[in-house]
Write a protein that binds this ligand. Structure first.
Ligand code: ADP
Ligand code: ZN
Ligand code: ZN
Length: 718
């Protein structure tokens, strides 16, 4: 009887199991973490070896053989695979899909990739002589040699000839070395914060709470310097592509070429190069968005999560991981220092700090003089708005522009208006596929659904009564922009939203104009609220704060507090501003206790109130949640599935089930959505229950006719 080796492989398929294959008999060596190409049904898939090969008996002939071994060594260090296995189990997601999400596209597709080696090409003595003795007609070669001397590239043919003649020599460039530029002298507050952050080496989590402009980034740079000096690597996570270039540039200015970037704005090849550079220790610092948390660090010593409260750290579809939480897992196994930075920490993080699990370090003041602006409410019951602008807000803009300041108006909605209404019968343009209204995008001349992407031409007359008076109601960024242009002719008004700035480089160009003070008023959605540093900005106006006050989303008030604080933080960053900074917030609810508390006592006070409310309601961080979502052809099917799922839930008193209930937006993209909420005060109990339960859910009859998913630690319940 011949013995064959078999090996378990994780494949990118939605099944939570590994698949066994025969090891090729050609002597290929296999180890966990190596990519292999295997037959799967009629397809060929790229998978990752998960366990060491083991000997199987005769029946292993039933397993198909591996087609191709793609790597000679694991694609990443062992703790990388460990972290992915942990994540697969914690988020209840198939390991093969987790791996696929963690690998750069080119590796996932099975291509052979290596770090591009840079060669240093130099003239030899013979080459230098040749440069002067080459006959005049060899001008092409002469020019090429000249180019080498000047450090520019040689074309392939000239390079070959020059190498053959011994005119040039080629050596691999040594890996880049960090250069450490001098930073500013720390303020007293920064020095004591830094001392606190440095206090214990190794895995410790610190919350660095400081308003925008208080000098947090400078402390990140100092800690990175420590890590580099100790020969270790640094991961810097940042919530948005838009902010990555700015942060990368700051790290590069300090540390030079050892800083690599990683975000979805980069091409696949560049991303793979950054990934490999981290693995090969050629890059020592990686600055990137969410998925940078999966980089194969060889020797991680420091993890920084900037704007740690930001919801975009949570992946909202497929493998629904939270990059901040995974960063902690990676830091722990590498015994790395962690700093979570924010002006408005997530309630989870604050709770951990209050419980003493995280060190709480504060930077209370802005660097040098730039005082924090005072925010005031404008009661729009009193001062009605026109196209989103109340008279006091418009007058304030005027005042700031005349004084040489810059203004930013924040509005949380794209398009021209969220509603198209018939004046006569009150018909409202609905999305045929969702429980939602269509937004009017006047610039494009369309009605668009912001939930499913449905697009239609605006009707000329009311489909319900035939009336001719269809009016846009409410306001989006486009409308506010138009109103500003009418009110301030001759001023440059620019709108910042994804509709306009999708094209690569457009945002950067516009930001340059803002910095050069060629823009007077910025109108923007979410993308303007975060991190950007606008030194001349003196006025921030919030067009409408009310939506969040009445939202059913349990995080709405936390988000509102964060958002208003962040937007307000854009104003008055420079002490040299020609006019004192102001923040004005329009609302119909000037007496709303949460809004009043936020303005009077700040985000910290609001957070304390919200933490108490969450505790009373049994919501995070006092409890841990998981959400089973389902989409079906109709409500009956969706709820029947959830009822069946509930019926097979292992009975445990430590996990509560809520539902089935329709999703807050029940119909979306033509499908009925429902959900079942699980909550527990014990994370391990919730994990145990999920592990026992989900295989039963996956085996329910009719499960293939629906779309379902589990979301562990959901950031919203929609
Ligand atoms: P944050 O990250 O909290 O928003 P930054 O670190 O970006 O704050 O600091 C705000 C501004 O102050 C930046 O322009 C930065 O270069 C500058 N800055 C930070 N620390 C100092 C310091 N110790 N001395 C002088 N300028 C500083
Ligand atoms: Zn009508
Ligand atoms: Zn829709």
């Amino acid at each position: 009887m011949t013995m064959l080796d078999i090996v378990s492989v994780a494949l990118p398929v939605p099944l939570s199991q590994l698949f066994d294959y025969q090891v090729p008999t050609d002597g290929s060596l296999l180890a966990p973490g190596m990519r292999v190409e295997v037959p799967f049904g009629a397809r060929r898939l790229i998978g990752l070896v998960i366990e060491w090969p083991r000997q199987g008996a005769e029946e292993v002939r039933l397993y198909k053989p591996i087609q191709k071994v793609l790597d000679a060594a694991p694609v990443a260090p062992a703790d990388w695979l460990e972290a992915l296995r942990w994540a697969a189990s914690y988020y209840q997601h198939p390991l093969g899909e987790v791996i696929a999400a963690a690998l750069p596209v080119v590796l996932r597709e099975g291509r052979a990739v290596g770090l591009v080696q840079r060669h240093l090409i130099q003239l030899t003595d013979t080459g230098r002589t040749a440069l002067h003795t080459l006959p005049a007609r060899s001008h092409r070669l002469r020019r090429a040699l000249q180019a080498v001397e000047e450090g520019t590239r040689l074309d392939a043919a000239s390079r070959r000839r020059a190498l053959a003649e011994g005119w040039v020599s080629e050596t691999l460039t040594p890996p880049p070395q960090p250069v450490i530029a001098q930073g500013p002298e720390l303020t007293a507050a920064q020095s004591s914060a830094l001392a606190a952050l440095r206090e214990t080496p190794g895995f410790v989590v610190s919350l660095l709470e400081g308003v925008t402009g208080s000098g947090k980034t400078e402390l990140y740079l100092r800690l990175a310097e420590d890590a580099l000096a100790a020969g270790r690597q640094v991961l810097v996570l940042c919530p948005e592509i838009g902010l990555t270039p700015q942060l990368t540039a700051r790290f590069r200015a300090r540390f030079g070429p050892v800083v690599a970037g990683f975000h979805s704005g980069m091409g696949d090849a560049d991303r793979a190069q950054s990934w490999l550079a981290i693995r090969e220790k050629q890059a020592r610092i990686l600055v990137g968005t969410r998925s940078a948390v999966f980089a194969p660090f060889a020797n991680l010593g420091l993890v920084i999560v900037d704007e740690e409260h930001d919801a975009s750290y949570k992946q909202q579809e497929g493998f629904r991981y939270h990059a901040r939480d995974l960063a902690l897992v990676r830091a722990k196994s590498a015994n790395a220092v962690v700093v979570l930075g924010s002006a408005t920490p997530a309630l989870e993080t604050l709770a951990n700090a209050k419980a003493g699990r995280y060190r709480h370090v504060r930077l209370d003041e802005r660097i040098a003089g730039a005082a924090e602006p005072v925010a005031q409410l404008i009661d729009v019951n009193h001062y009605p708005t026109q196209h989103g602008l109340s008279e006091p807000l418009a007058a304030a803009i005027e005042r700031h522009l005349v004084a040489g300041g810059q203004a930013l108006l924040f509005i949380n909605r794209r398009g021209y208006a969220p509603t198209l209404l018939c004046d006569a019968c009150h018909w409202i343009a609905p999305c045929p596929r969702c429980d939602a209204r269509l937004n009017l995008h006047r610039g494009e001349g369309v009605l668009r659904c912001h939930h499913c992407g449905y697009v239609a031409r605006p009707p000329r007359e009311c489909p319900s009564c035939g009336g001719k008076s269809l009016v846009p109601v409410g306001e989006g960024a486009e409308r506010v922009e138009e109103a500003l242009k009418n009110r301030f002719p001759g001023r440059r008004i620019e709108r910042f939203d994804t509709d306009r700035l999708r094209a690569a480089g457009k945002l950067e160009a516009l930001l340059d104009d803002v910095h050069a003070r060629r823009v007077d008023v910025l109108v923007g959605t979410q993308m303007l609220a975060k991190g950007h540093d606008f030194p001349a900005l003196s006025l921030v106006g919030v067009v409408n704060a009310d939506q969040a006050l009445f939202s059913s989303d349990f995080r709405a008030l936390e988000r509102l507090g964060q958002l208003l604080t962040q937007v307000a933080g854009r104003a008055g960053r420079s002490a040299a501003s020609p006019i004192a900074a102001e923040v004005l917030i329009q609302t119909r609810e000037p007496k709303h206790p949460n809004l009043v508390a936020l303005l009077r006592d700040g985000y910290g006070a609001l957070a304390n109130t919200l933490l108490r409310e969450r505790a009373d309601a049994g919501m995070p961080p006092s409890a841990h949640l998981a959400l089973l979502r389902v989409e079906a052809a109709d409500r009956g099917k969706a709820e029947a599935f959830l009822s069946a799922a509930k019926a097979v839930f292992p009975s445990t008193r430590s996990v509560q089930l809520l539902g089935p209930a329709p999703a807050p937006m029940e119909r979306r993209d033509g499908r009925a959505r429902a959900q079942l909420l699980l909550s527990s005060t014990s994370r391990p109990a919730l994990q145990r229950a999920l592990s026992a339960w989900l295989p039963l859910v996956a085996a329910l009859p009719g499960v293939r006719q629906l779309r379902w998913s589990i979301d562990v630690d959901p950031v919203d319940l929609f």
